[in-house]
Ligand binder design. Structure first.
Ligand code: BG6
Ligand code: MG
Length: 215
């Protein structure tokens, strides 16, 4: 491919905030009277806060009014923000920084494409803002992954056609969004979950620019 830009999901690709989301959702589930496990958590990865809440409530068989749902989501976010407030650059996942630097050296643009409204806070905490040319987060989009909006906006702000962009994702919904947007995708995680990606790697140490150009 004619590689000109890379769009990175944040949670679970650049940093392991997926564990903090899980801890906060599990706490909410407990308060609502049911158990929420890691396996169930897979479906929440990549999707927006309110869609995540809907999935969680359906797992627990809980019905709630719109007002209650707003309160549940705010409660979960309060805990989540507490968890992420202490994040430092030490929590950047292995291989991320080297890959970002290598891309810079080759003049390949970099973007964040995250569903999270907390993405900016996290990027500042881990001191990575300078490594991204474009940041698209949950505050800039209307449609949750698997809708391609977040990645299409990323490509648009980089002024690149989708076909010149590669998406890095740890969530099934994110891989589907990349495919829907006409982009190549790298699944970061387990092949059994991310099999629709063009290539699946366990972490960002396991990819080179040469491999990306061969996608
Ligand atoms: C995504 C996460 O990056 O952001 C999801 O993978 C999360 O699990 C979503 O629900 C929204 O995050 P936030 O921070 O806006 O609640
Ligand atoms: Mg993710």
């Amino acid at each position: 491919m004619d590689l000109k830009g890379c769009i990175f999901d944040l949670d679970g690709v650049i940093v392991d905030t997926a564990k903090y989301h899980f801890m906060a959702w599990r706490r909410l589930a407990k308060e609502l009277g049911f158990v929420f496990n890691l396996e169930d958590n897979e479906a929440l990865k990549g999707v927006s806060r309110m869609v995540s809440l809907e999935i969680l409530l359906s797992i627990g068989g809980v019905t709630a009014s719109a007002k209650e749902k707003e309160e549940f989501a705010a409660r979960k976010n309060g805990w989540y923000v507490e968890f992420i407030s202490g994040m430092t650059p030490d929590e950047i996942l292995p291989g991320s920084l080297k890959l970002l630097r290598d891309l810079r050296k080759k003049d390949i643009l970099t973007a964040i494409g995250s569903a999270s409204k907390n993405a900016g806070t996290i990027i500042d905490s881990i001191k990575l803002r300078d490594m991204f040319d474009v940041i698209i987060d949950g505050n800039k989009i209307h449609k949750a992954k698997p809708d391609p909006e977040v990645f299409l906006k990323g490509a648009e702000e980089m002024k690149l056609p989708p076909s010149c962009c590669v998406v890095f994702e740890d969530a099934q919904a994110g891989i589907e969004a990349a495919i829907a947007g006409g982009m190549k995708s790298v699944g970061v995680g387990k092949p059994e979950l991310l099999g629709r990606a063009d290539i699946v790697i366990p972490d960002l140490r396991k990819i080179t620019i040469k491999q990306l150009r061969n996608l």
